[in-house]
Design a binder for this molecule. Structure first.
Ligand code: SF4
Length: 341
């Protein structure tokens, strides 16, 4: 039976990417007998559990080892909305780190309130990342997420104003850290001390920090009214060419990308493939004028295994109807002008 007078342990909601800093922030809490529930966010822009190029990694091994629970949350359309219209600008590419942090913290706040938890914890380190972790940005993010006083950054806490859980005595400030800057010496020392061995190397960020992906996204935003999830899935795949403001071509670079292209293909897309030779799958998206179909077929011919032949047979499929053309491969000089890179 529960004793009504028994004091409930403090409960923190932690943002957890699966990386070293957020893991240390959680462990620092747990060592003070604070219950931690970790939130791992996913978006359409990387940061999926198995995606090595992204800022996320599998959160479960560390959670299992240290005994805290993880809840996965997909930010879906909410994240797409801020990618289309960030309030606080972009980083060096299409990344929207400040808006992104605010959204994640708002979600964490809502979850904290729903669970009756006491505060939110992140692994942010003062001065570690240029856009999102300078002092003024940390304050902005805290204010905008309406977590003022309830947002604890255990790795840098002793350099920051005391938070509500510290003032209320839920957290002992003396046991928190005062780390700042890009170096990882102290984090590595703490990891060793806590027996945290298997942690991922720091990643550069989600796909929005990648130059090539950002160029494709910029092009898409310039030519589409609203992003769809399917558009975004296709942005991760293949070579992209802009034929005109209403049409683009995507060409698979290998078997796996061909499969992804097939899976993302919609009824209104034309699908092209060279006949009888090793071929990419090509999608023509948008205006299927005769000129655009010819260009898409020439691009397909250029990337098939018989690209040195003068003429190549290319099959074109649209709503179940199949036609075929014999066509020369596109010249690389022409492709360079329309490639989105
Ligand atoms: S790199 Fe920036 S925008 Fe991308 S997930 Fe990380 S904080 Fe968010």
């Amino acid at each position: 039976m529960t004793n009504m007078n028994e004091k409930k342990p403090p409960h923190a909601i932690a943002l957890f990417s699966g990386g070293l800093d957020s893991a240390l922030a959680i462990i620092l809490m747990m060592r003070q007998n604070i219950k931690v529930t970790a939130l791992t966010f996913m978006t359409h822009f990387g940061c999926d559990l198995g995606d090595r190029s992204s800022c996320g990694s599998n959160p479960y091994p560390i959670a299992k080892k240290f005994g805290f629970s993880v809840k996965l949350m997909h930010l879906g359309q909410k994240f797409v909305d801020i990618v289309e219209n960030p309030r606080f600008g972009r980083g060096s590419h299409m990344n929207i780190c400040v808006d992104c942090r605010i959204l994640m913290l708002r979600e964490a706040k809502a979850y904290m309130e729903m669970m009756g938890a006491d505060f939110v914890v992140t692994g942010e380190v003062l001065g570690q990342r240029p856009l999102s972790q300078v002092g003024s940005r940390l304050r902005l993010v805290e204010k905008q997420s309406e977590l003022r006083g309830k947002l604890l950054r255990p790795l840098s806490a002793r350099l920051l104003r005391p938070t509500e859980p510290e003032l209320r005595g839920l957290v002992d400030r003396e046991q928190l850290e005062g780390i700042s800057g890009r170096g990882r010496k102290r984090q590595i020392e703490l990891a060793r001390q806590f027996g945290l061995e298997d942690y991922p190397e720091p990643a550069s960020g989600c796909l929005l920090t990648d130059a090539g992906y950002s160029n494709r996204l910029r092009d898409l935003l310039a030519h589409t009214e609203r992003l769809t999830f399917n558009d975004l899935n296709l942005l991760r795949v293949g070579r992209h060419f802009r034929l005109d403001p209403t049409a683009k071509v995507i060409v698979g670079r290998n078997e796996q990308e061909n499969e992804q292209i097939r899976a993302c293909r919609r009824d209104e897309h034309l699908l092209l493939e060279a006949v009888g030779v090793g071929s990419p799958l090509t999608l023509l998206i948008g205006s299927d004028t005769p000129d655009n179909i010819t260009k898409a077929a020439m691009i397909t011919a250029r990337y098939c295994s018989a690209r040195n032949e003068p003429l190549i047979r290319v099959a074109i499929e649209y709503r179940g109807a199949l036609t075929e053309v014999s066509i020369p491969p596109a010249a690389d000089t022409d492709l360079r002008q329309i490639a989105i890179r």
